[in-house]
Design a protein around this ligand. Structure first.
Ligand code: FAD
Length: 477
């Protein structure tokens, strides 16, 4: 221990949640040090040249409805620190066979109109979220709200959100288009679409498209990380990169330590320090499926068959509700889907900083069984070719990461799980374990602040924000 430099708080890990925790503490005047294992900050918000010179790729997060929609992120002067949000004309495109595509625009009205007969049902589903996101976000993006701040709104949302995406889509929508696009958005849960609360993911992401859009930051998600780090610096916080923490002995003296890590890493670092019962509970924490990621350098824009897909920042390639449900079910059961749900972002169409003139990037991943080493390149490219014949001819270079390589890239992606653990009904609000204050541990100087705490995965900073508030309330005041 370095007794010459005592801090109020040390944060381990400079991902969005670690930085959010540090900022929340520094704003209250506490002395904070962030220790980051890698030589750059950002965690899941890093952008790099991993294919050819001049091509900039988002290694993890790319599209940021939660970056604009979370109460914590809204409280940060991100634009002042260089973040420039770009709103593609279409938030999401979902191509279907036969040259058709469902387009989700920021305007709820025109999206509903495009959905024809299912338009009114889509509008009824998304309108309350779009209208009341400010209030709903206070209850949804945090620990289980007891009592809720907005009980009527939350009940209205919750009664539908708790359902399975499969059940809700089939009961609300008659047409293939609306069912398919809802299934694609719900697929972000990384759960079988027959499971409870998968509808909630589709509702949340769909609703956000009509509140803040699905924006991408110019120069890549690294610009969000750099802005958060610069803001922290201006608040007096300190960041040390290339500083992996392997055991409690690696930590300088501090009143509290907040770990932007998942339970498995916390157990490794703390050894037998925490009580046996809590260690046992943490040991039972469940991790979910992984991802297989491909970054492409392309010789031109992707030749989508359906009109309008070239206007979208994000494209979901999975076909119908039945196909997507079957792919996600297979992944959950440890099987490789032949036709996976492919999530694709085409940032360079809207941000010229991402590729040399006339060239383009594509950011692509699909879900795979936990820790899978299967190469999904052929299956992913078959899905892209299905809706954009000729794609393969444009590939100048590709860089792949299987689920285990994702974990090697960032140890928080255990088995390639990008959400810091399964986000099902049982583990959504009670992550990492069922405790009144889930961020706390039995040791009043140790907190968890990663996406393994509520409200889970995504670049929103809310886990870090709530963890820091808990640390202030319980240990620092
Ligand atoms: C392929 C992919 C696509 C994604 N797409 C999106 C998207 O479009 N939009 C979105 O909102 N989210 C997306 N996400 C999810 C998002 O990136 C994560 O949910 C988010 O980054 C989690 O934040 P965190 O702060 O909890 O952890 P992380 O961002 O993982 O940060 C943890 C940090 O801790 C560091 N660290 C780990 N171990 C140690 C140690 N022992 N000592 C010191 N430091 C350590 C790591 O290097 C890392 O910097 C995506 C993720 C992936 C992988």
């Amino acid at each position: 221990m370095d007794s010459s430099s005592a801090y109020d708080a040390v944060v381990v890990g400079a991902g969005p949640n670690g930085l959010a925790a540090a900022i929340t503490l520094a704003r209250k005047g506490y002395g904070v040090l962030v220790l980051e294992a890698k030589d750059t900050v950002g965690g899941g918000m890093r952008s790099m040249q991993v294919t050819l010179p001049g091509f900039c790729h988002d290694m993890c997060s790319a599209i940021h409805p939660l970056g604009l929609g979370s109460p914590f992120m809204r409280s940060i002067p991100l634009e002042k620190y260089g973040v420039e949000w770009i709103q593609p004309p279409v938030a999401l495109a979902h191509p279907l066979d036969g040259g058709r595509a469902v387009l989700i625009e920021k305007s709820l009205e025109s999206t509903a109109t495009r959905l024809g007969g299912d338009g009114p049902a889509y509008r009824r589903l998304m309108f309350p979220i779009a209208k009341h996101w400010g209030e709903l976000s206070e209850d949804l993006l945090g620990p289980l709200p007891i009592p809720p701040r907005h009980p009527l709104l939350l009940t209205g949302f919750g009664l539908k959100a708790i359902r399975s995406a499969n059940g809700l889509a089939r009961s609300l929508f008659q047409g293939e288009e609306a069912r398919a696009v809802f299934a694609g958005m719900s697929g972000h849960s990384m759960l079988p679409l027959e499971k409870p609360i998968t509808a909630g993911f589709g509702m949340l992401l769909g609703g956000l498209a009509h509140v803040v859009g699905w924006p991408l930051p110019r120069y890549g998600s690294q610009s969000i990380a750099d802005a958060l780090a610069a803001y922290l610096n201006d608040l007096g916080g300190e960041i040390r990169t290339s500083s992996p923490v392997k055991s409690l002995k690696d930590l300088p003296q501090a009143r509290v330590v907040l770990f932007d890590l998942t339970p498995r890493q916390l157990l490794e670092i703390t050894g037998e320090h925490l009580p046996r019962r809590y260690r046992h509970q943490l040991g039972g924490y469940r991790y979910g499926p992984g991802v297989f990621k491909i970054d492409y350098a392309l010789d031109g824009p992707i030749p989508w068959q359906a009109p309008g897909v070239d206007q979208a920042g994000t494209v979901h390639l999975g076909g119908t509700l039945d196909e997507i449900a079957s792919a996600e079910r297979a992944v959950w059961q440890g099987e490789i889907p032949e036709r996976p749900l492919v999530l694709l972002a085409q940032q360079s169409l809207f941000d010229s900083s991402r590729a040399p003139a006339g060239k383009h990037t594509a950011w692509v991943y699909c879900h795979v069984p936990h820790a899978s080493t299967v190469d999904m390149t052929t299956r992913i490219e078959a899905q892209i070719e299905r809706f954009a014949p000729g794609f393969g001819d444009l590939v100048l270079s590709r860089r792949t990461h299987n689920a285990q390589e994702m974990q090697a890239y960032n140890p928080n992606y255990v088995g390639g799980d990008i959400n810091g653990g399964v986000q099902d009904l049982r583990q959504f609000f009670t992550r990492p374990v069922a405790r009144w204050v889930p961020y706390s541990t039995p040791d009043k100087s140790i907190y968890l602040c990663s996406s393994s705490t509520p409200p889970g995965g995504g670049v929103h900073g809310m886990c870090g924000f709530y963890a820091a508030r808990a640390a202030i309330r319980q240990s620092l005041q």
